[in-house]
Design a binder for this molecule. Sequence first.
Ligand code: ADP
Length: 583
Amino acid sequence: MKKWLLEKRWRIVLAGFLTVALPLVGITIFVYLQVISQFKELGLEENQAFFNLAAYHLEERINNDISAGTIFASRPQIIEALEKGDGVTARAHLRDLIQNLPNMERAAITLPKAVMFAEYPENPEALGMDFSFRDWYQGVSKKWVPYVSDFFLREVQPRRYLFVIAVPIRDQSGKIAGVLVLQPKEDYLKNVLGPMHTGKSFIYAVDRHGNLIYHPEYRLDRIVDFSKIQAVDGVKRGLTGTKQGLDPISNEPIISTFRPVKWGWGLVMQRPVKEVFHRAREIAVGLVLLAAAFLVLGGIAAYKGAGLLFSSHRLSLELREKEIYEREMKEKLRTELDEHLRTGRKLAETMAELERSNRELEQYAYVASHDLQEPLRKITSFISLLEKRYKDSFDEEGVKYLHYVVDGAKRMQTLINDLLAYSRLGTQGKPFLRTDCNEVLDRVLADLDKPIKNRGADITHDALPTLMADELQLGQVFQNLVANAVKFCRDPRPRIHISAKRGAEGWLFSVSDNGIGIKEEFFDRIFVMFQRLHTRAEYPGTGIGLAVCKKIIERHGGRIWAESEAGKGSTFYFTIPDRQASK
Ligand code: ADP
């Protein structure tokens, strides 16, 4: 499981990232499309509003000029001059008018039948000419209201495609007295529509035939037909709308907005698509950048998150492993403990069994030796009696046999006594009390005074400690060891030294001699009951002394052992552990 996860780490990071990224991308695309369409619409609306403004502006300018013309036409001096046929005065007024109308370059007054009456600037050629064939005259004379003419190509130089404004002049009675004709300057439309250009977008105007009447790129000294262009075709048919297409010159995608204006004209605004939708594009770029930033952040978050997930997962795995390990260890420990307890219990049982069997054995030895004593005593006493009373009745051989019997019986008695004493060691031991070992040893040496003196032995000892022990039994130990040291010595002057020092196991006592020594192979055997290394003839004894010592020392919780080099004497060591006074 763990391995699998680690191997798949990158896949999981990727999955996490996609979980975050995919919805994000989806949402971004959705929002992008929404925003784009909204902003495109907004762009178009804005475009339209701007365009409408331009159209109103144009209409207003012309209406203003019509108003100015109408006011001028109602001047009494003009009417008077017309009535009097005073062309000079009329021209003077016309000059005044032109000076006050900065958009107009020429003004003229005709008689009611379109015969030229006065003109400013002066043009003597035209004076008296009949202009009734002109569209402006036909237009204004239809209802005798101000009229904006169709565009026409001027006959005189400089040739120019232009229009005029015709305003009727009435006398006081309301009768038509003449016509005022205003001719706008060449850049009339340019002045109105030119300032509306922004960036690469511009406005152009066409007349009812689809000919250009204003275009920033064209000089209109001839007729320029634009009627083939879709937007112009639309506006010719009186339609308002928007067309997307390619610029005929630059081939750039453009948006053309068109609408008719008064007087049969049409306006077309041409803007590059980029410009109309620039805001949408900015927003789109912003959105894409934002989404990218989110993706990067999302990626980092996914990576970090996965990292955290993994480390916590690894941690929990490790914890689980540790837990399992600990549980196993505990289980093992418990099993081992159980095993130990079982072994301990078994050992305790065995010990108890051993003790019981030892006690039984001791009991048996005691009973046996005790009960044996009585018949043996009887045998000994009767044989002694036999020896005393009937000694003379036996021949020499008989007396010798009798002596063997007495000797054997005595030895048996000694053996039984020793056995009895040995068996009592466990059962009749005294409690451990404070015991001064110097006193104990002094008493023992006093008891052994006779053999010591006989052998002329030299016995020395260090200052011995006071410790918790069974005084009587400790005396027995000293007695056996010192007696053996005196006995097993061929040196004419036995030297024995007893010392004691502190050791790891409590007090360590030693009894060393310059006697016959013991071979190493017998170091253990000598502590076994009735085990002797010599015949009775060589060294008297029953072979029980060291067994008694061992039993006493073990009862005190210590150990006893021998060290020796044959011929160089032996040293017997024993330890007595420290014990609290209360025990
Ligand atoms: P016993 O003295 O009655 O023979 P012990 O049990 O005291 O019995 O000694 C057992 C044997 O150990 C002795 O027979 C003797 O061979 C040997 N032994 C004991 N003490 C010494 C000693 N100090 N030097 C040499 N041999 C010894």
